[in-house]
Each structure stands twice: as structure tokens, then as C-alpha cells.
Design a protein around this ligand. Structure first.
Ligand code: PLP
Length: 240
């Protein structure tokens, strides 16, 4: 994919998000765009940055650390990047996640919550956390059921080095818009329920390149787009 098309993909996506917001009577600007840069190198991230992207999502810790070191260094020409960890979390990676990321969307067990709390450096702001839900039709092993998610939200809310921001899920791929909406709905319902307990929760992280319109229809506040910005991934990426 040529360099120019990253910028045009990004601007087209922003326009599409604004259209979907309007179509589904969402507040203009209420849906944020997270650029998923896994497997893509610093030059492609720079292009997206030049087009206006500031939030980037990464799945593999080792791969991400090299990019963060290069693009978030004090002398870097890409200031202001906010790094989101969105991949499965191994407990031996929590120290790097706590030290180098601003957000983590994929928290799904108590042990990880405790480690992130203990390992978040004191000089940094609390780490922003979303709990990952495994919807029943989901094809990933990551994530918890709805009742476990309630318990994990309560646990995060008690941690002073963590900030409970929201919920995340990755439904199984499905081409039908209505079925996509049905899959997102239980997550949106739980999000509204949790917001009554934790009013500062503001992030419903759902929707990817092939289902973001359905996610916006169901109340997503952050869509995570890789292919739709950077094009097809050439390789699956190293495992963290
Ligand atoms: C890869 C990935 C995405 C982006 O997927 P696309 O279909 O390329 O937009 C979003 N969220 C998570 C958790 C991912 O791993």
C-alpha cells in the first residue's frame, strides 16, 4: 500500500465515522478512531500520524517496544502518540505494558490487574484499563463472561494506579450487519450498567474494519481499525 493511501484511508474513515454517527443519532465526535498498527513499521505509523492519528494499538509487546522507543523518544518528530495495548496479556509482559503504554484494552484476570497496579511507574498517570469480554460467539480464548467482567471492573476501580475506562470485545467475524449488531448488544448493555456504578467509565471499545458500522450503531465509543487504514497485514506478527 502506498504512503499516500494511508492518509486518504484515514480521512475516508473519519468521514465514514461521522456519517455513521449521524445515521445512528450518535453525538458528533463521540466515536474515537484507534489506528491498529500491529505488524506495520514506524514509517507507516508516521504517515498515519501526519494524517492526524494519535492513538495507536499494538498486540505484541516486543514488537511494540521498538516502535515506542523510536516514535515516542524526546527527539522524535511524532509527539503526542497515545499507545494502546490490545493483545492477549502474558503475565511476564505486564511490567513492560505498565511502563510503556497509556492504555490496555485486554485485561481479563485478577492476577493481571494486581501486577499492572504494582508495576505502573509512580511518575506516570494511572494506566487506563478496559476489561475484555468474551462474547459467547467469540472465536478468541481471551476475555471473561459478563458476571466475571462485573467483578473485574470492581477490582480495577479499587486500584489507585489504574483507571477503569471501559469494556472491550472482539466478536467472531460475521458478514451480516444485523447479526453483528446482535453480537455487540450484550456488551453495550453491560457498559451502560457499569456506567451507573462507575460514572467515569467512558469507553466502549468495539468494532474493527469489517464491523465498525454495526458497533457504532450499538454505542461503540472507540473503533479499532488496522486493515482499513494500513491495508492488509503481510505477516501475523511475532508473538509477544
Ligand atoms: C488486529 C486487531 C484489530 C484490527 O483489525 P482489522 O480487522 O485489521 O481492522 C482490532 N482489534 C484487535 C484486538 C486486533 O487484534
Amino acid at each position: 500500500m502506498s504512503i499516500n493511501s494511508i492518509a486518504s484511508n484515514y480521512h475516508q474513515l473519519l468521514a465514514s465515522i461521522r456519517e455513521q454517527e449521524h445515521l445512528y443519532q450518535r453525538v458528533t465526535g463521540s466515536v474515537k478512531l484507534l489506528a491498529v498498527s500491529k505488524t506495520h513499521g514506524p514509517s507507516m505509523i508516521r504517515e498515519a500520524w501526519s494524517a492526524g492519528a494519535r492513538d495507536f494499538g499494538e498486540n505484541y509487546v516486543q514488537e511494540a517496544l521498538a516502535k515506542i522507543a523510536e516514535l515516542s523518544a524526546p527527539q522524535s518528530s511524532t509527539p503526542g502518540i497515545i499507545w494502546h495495548f490490545i493483545g492477549p496479556i502474558q503475565s511476564n509482559k505486564t511490567r513492560d505494558i505498565a511502563a510503556h503504554f497509556d492504555w490496555v484494552h485486554s485485561v481479563d484476570r485478577l492476577k493481571i490487574i494486581q501486577r499492572l497496579q504494582d508495576q505502573r511507574p509512580v511518575e506516570l498517570a494511572p494506566l487506563n484499563v478496559c476489561i475484555q469480554i468474551n462474547l459467547s460467539n467469540e472465536d478468541t480464548k481471551s476475555g471473561v463472561d459478563l458476571q466475571q467482567a462485573r467483578d473485574l471492573c470492581a477490582a480495577v476501580a479499587h486500584m489507585d494506579r489504574l483507571c477503569l475506562r471501559g469494556l472491550m470485545a472482539i466478536p467472531a467475524p460475521c458478514a451480516d450487519h444485523q447479526l453483528q449488531r446482535d453480537a455487540f448488544r450484550p456488551l453495550a448493555d453491560l457498559f451502560r450498567e457499569m456506567q451507573t456504578l462507575y460514572p467515569h467509565m467512558d469507553t466502549l471499545s468495539m468494532g474493527m474494519s469489517d464491523d465498525y458500522a454495526a458497533a457504532i450503531a450499538e454505542g461503540s465509543t472507540m473503533i479499532r481499525i488496522g486493515t482499513g487504514i494500513f491495508g492488509k497485514r503481510e505477516y501475523a506478527g511475532e508473538q509477544s
